[in-house]
Design a protein around this ligand. Structure first.
Ligand code: FAD
Length: 284
């Protein structure tokens, strides 16, 4: 880990030639920023699952940046997860993001794992300390949780099961992050909790994502974004300023790095990193 913390970018496995070319072009540009790793999501629907490892390996081969596959357990079996872990190990992957995931619509059976804690326990039982395990954290509370105290307790259990570090769901309210990390420390959880950062490029898409994952878009931000209508350039310029301010507050408040959700595009992430560097803040 570099002395300023951990800096990483997240991609999803591309489908088809156009997406594939766009992803690798983005990765080439983002690799120049020397991040600690590139992570690749693990599709809950099954369609992209087999592409996660392929994408990780190709990213590593092309860019030299360490690749980190996500793995989700919902709807899966121990046998299947064991096989995925063995594949990772055979390819020399030592760092994973371990998640419960969400059941694809139409699939009712949760499989042999109910929560990410059980996946973390399973990975430790199967592979000992071989993997560095990241887990997800929700400063604004996971949409299925009823109380903050439940969220905290369930996060603590994931850490006790063997998680080494965490990446948060995206958020725009830095106080939610600081309150969450303070509460973690108070209950003895002291792993690094890296903020997940969502660049703002498109108001409707942001509202859709936020609705699905329970992230709050502050009213003032939503109304300002709506004012820009179809003016994408104005939305992106304003979004860049807002997200750079957020990152600045997080890093100055002691956040141990940043994890940027790239949506497989480089431009906005590069601009954000340049904006942080111009403010004297580290990236990579
Ligand atoms: C950084 C990051 C990366 C992600 N990458 C992916 C990806 O690649 N693929 C994908 O499909 N999804 C991904 N997701 C989304 C994630 O899978 C969903 O948010 C999912 O709903 C929860 O996954 P989890 O690992 O946080 O689950 P968990 O930690 O299991 O939590 C899920 C819910 O169950 C509750 N809970 C946990 N333990 C218990 C318990 N013992 N008893 C009762 N309730 C409990 C929690 O409080 C929470 O409400 C990602 C999310 C983040 C933040």
């Amino acid at each position: 880990m570099n002395p300023h913390g951990t800096y990483s970018f997240e991609f999803f496995p591309p489908i088809g030639e156009v997406q594939t070319a766009a992803l690798y072009e983005a990765a080439d540009q983002l690799a120049a920023l020397q991040p600690d790793f590139f992570s690749v999501t693990y599709g809950a629907g099954g369609g992209t699952r087999r592409h996660t490892l392929e994408t990780v390996l190709e990213l590593q081969r092309r860019t030299g940046v360490s690749g980190v596959p996500h793995i989700s357990c919902i709807g899966s079996s121990r046998r299947r997860i064991r096989a995925v872990l063995d594949d990772f190990q055979a390819q020399g992957i030592r760092h994973v993001v371990a998640l419960r995931g969400d059941l694809p619509s139409g699939l009712a059976a949760p499989g042999e794992f109910r929560f990410a804690t059980e996946l973390v326990e399973f990975i430790r039982r199967h592979s000992g300390d071989y993997f560095h395990i990241e887990v997800a954290a929700y400063p604004e509370v996971h949409p299925q949780s009823v109380r903050f105290s439940d969220e905290l307790q369930h996060f603590r259990l994931k850490v006790e099961a063997g998680a080494n570090s965490a990446i948060t769901q995206f958020f725009f309210n830095p106080d939610a992050y600081f309150r969450f990390t303070d509460a973690c420390r108070q209950c003895g959880v002291d792993i690094p909790i890296v903020p997940g950062i969502m660049p703002i490029t498109n108001c409707e898409r942001l509202v859709r994502f936020a609705g699905v994952c329970g992230a709050e878009i502050p009213r003032w931000l939503l109304y300002r974004l709506r004012d820009y209508g179809d003016d994408r350039k104005a939305i992106q310029d304003f979004g860049l300023e807002v997200v750079a301010d957020l990152c600045e507050r997080l890093l100055q408040g002691g956040a141990p790095g940043l994890h940027i959700y790239t949506l497989n595009r480089a431009r906005v992430s590069v601009q954000l990193c340049q904006a942080l560097t111009a403010r004297g803040l580290p990236f990579g």
